[in-house]
Ligand binder design. Structure first.
Ligand code: GUN
Length: 293
C-alpha cells in the first residue's frame, strides 16, 4: 500500500512552475497575474485564499485580492469581474466559493470571461472539456490526474467510481477518466446523494474518488481490496483537543481504508495541496494565451 504524497508532489510541480515563470519573465513578459475575489469572512475560504496568494508569490506570479462584505450586491461583484475581464494586466480571475445566498454562483461563473476562467467553472470551459478541446480544467480534477500520472497508476479498462456529481469535481473527473486518452479510458460510474446502496457501487471500484464532503461516509468495508482511493473531502469537524478547535476530515476513514488499498490519499496532504498547483498552471496558460488564442 502506498500513501500518495500530495504535499511532496505539489512541491515538485511548484518548483517546475517557478522555473517556467522565470523563463517567461526572462523573455520580457510581465509575470502572470491572478485576481481573487473574496466575499464575506468564511474561515475556510480565508485560509484557502491566503494559501493561494502565498503560492502565487512563491512562484513569481503577481496576485491581487478584492474583498467584499457579506452584504455586497451581486451587481457590485459582477461589475468588478467585468472590469477585470477588460484589464489586460490580469490573466486569471477567480471568485472564492461558497458565496452568500443572495449571490448566484451561476451568474458569477458566467460573468468571468472564458479566457480568464482559470477555475474552469464557466460553461464554455466545461463544454470544451466534454468535447476534448483545449480548456481550463478545474483544479481538483486536474490535480488528481497529475497524481495518477506521477504515481503511474494504470487507468485503462479500470472501473472508476466517482462519488459526487459537482461541476467542480465529480463531473469533470468523470469526463477526464472516461475520455480516450492516457490517463483515461476508464469505465466510470457516478454516484451521488440519491444513489441507492452506495456500497454496492463503491465495492466494485478499481479507482474510487470520493468528493461528497461528508466526513468518513465511506468506510473500509465499502472498498475493494487493492483499490486506488482518492479522497477529495476536506471538512472541518469541531475538536476541542485541536489547537485550532477543529480537525480536517476526509470522506473516507483513511486509517481503516489504507490497509485494503493499493494507493490512498490522506487528508490533509493528499489531493488538497495539488489543487493550488492546478490553479496556478491554468493562470500560466492564461498568461501565455495557450488555451484561447
Ligand atoms: N472553494 C473551494 N474550492 C474552490 C475552488 O477550486 N475555486 C473557487 N473559486 N472556490 C473554491
Amino acid at each position: 500500500m502506498t500513501i500518495i504524497d500530495g504535499k511532496q508532489t505539489a512541491e515538485e510541480y511548484k518548483a517546475a512552475l517557478k522555473q517556467e515563470v522565470k523563463e517567461f519573465v526572462a523573455k520580457g513578459k510581465r509575470p502572470p497575474c491572478l485576481a481573487i475575489l473574496l466575499i464575506g469572512n468564511n474561515g475556510a475560504s480565508e485560509t484557502y485564499v491566503a494559501n493561494k496568494l502565498k503560492t502565487c508569490h512563491d512562484v513569481g506570479f503577481s496576485a491581487s485580492l478584492y474583498r467584499f462584505e457579506n452584504t455586497v450586491s451581486e451587481n457590485e461583484v459582477l461589475t468588478c469581474i467585468n472590469e477585470l475581464n477588460f484589464n489586460s494586466n490580469v490573466d486569471g480571475i477567480i471568485v472564492q466559493s461558497p458565496f452568500p445566498n443572495h449571490i448566484s454562483p451561476q451568474k458569477i461563473n458566467e460573468a468571468i470571461h472564458p479566457a480568464k476562467d482559470v477555475d474552469g467553472f464557466h460553461p464554455m470551459n466545461a463544454g470544451r472539456l466534454q468535447q476534448n478541446k483545449p480548456c481550463y480544467i478545474s483544479a481538483t480534477p486536474k490535480g488528481i490526474m497529475q497524481l495518477i500520472e506521477k504515481y503511474k497508476i494504470e487507468t485503462q479498462g479500470k472501473h472508476c467510481v466517482v462519488v459526487g456529481r459537482s461541476n467542480i469535481v465529480g463531473m469533470p473527473m468523470s469526463i477526464l477518466l472516461s475520455r480516450n486518452s492516457k490517463p483515461g479510458n476508464c469505465t466510470v460510474t457516478i454516484c451521488h446523494s440519491k444513489t441507492v446502496d452506495l456500497a454496492s457501487f463503491t465495492k466494485r471500484a478499481d479507482i474510487l474518488i470520493a468528493a461528497i464532503g461528508s466526513p468518513e461516509l465511506i468506510t473500509a468495508d465499502m472498498i475493494k481490496e487493492g483499490a486506488v482511493v482518492f479522497d477529495v473531502g476536506i471538512t472541518r469537524v469541531a475538536d476541542k483537543t485541536a489547537k485550532s478547535g477543529y480537525r480536517l476530515k476526509g470522506d473516507i476513514n483513511c486509517d481503516e481504508a489504507a490497509p485494503k488499498s493499493s494507493y490512498i490519499t490522506p487528508v490533509p496532504g493528499g489531493v488538497g495541496p495539488m489543487t493550488i498547483i492546478g490553479l496556478l498552471q491554468n493562470t500560466l496558460l492564461a498568461a501565455k494565451n495557450a488555451i484561447y488564442n
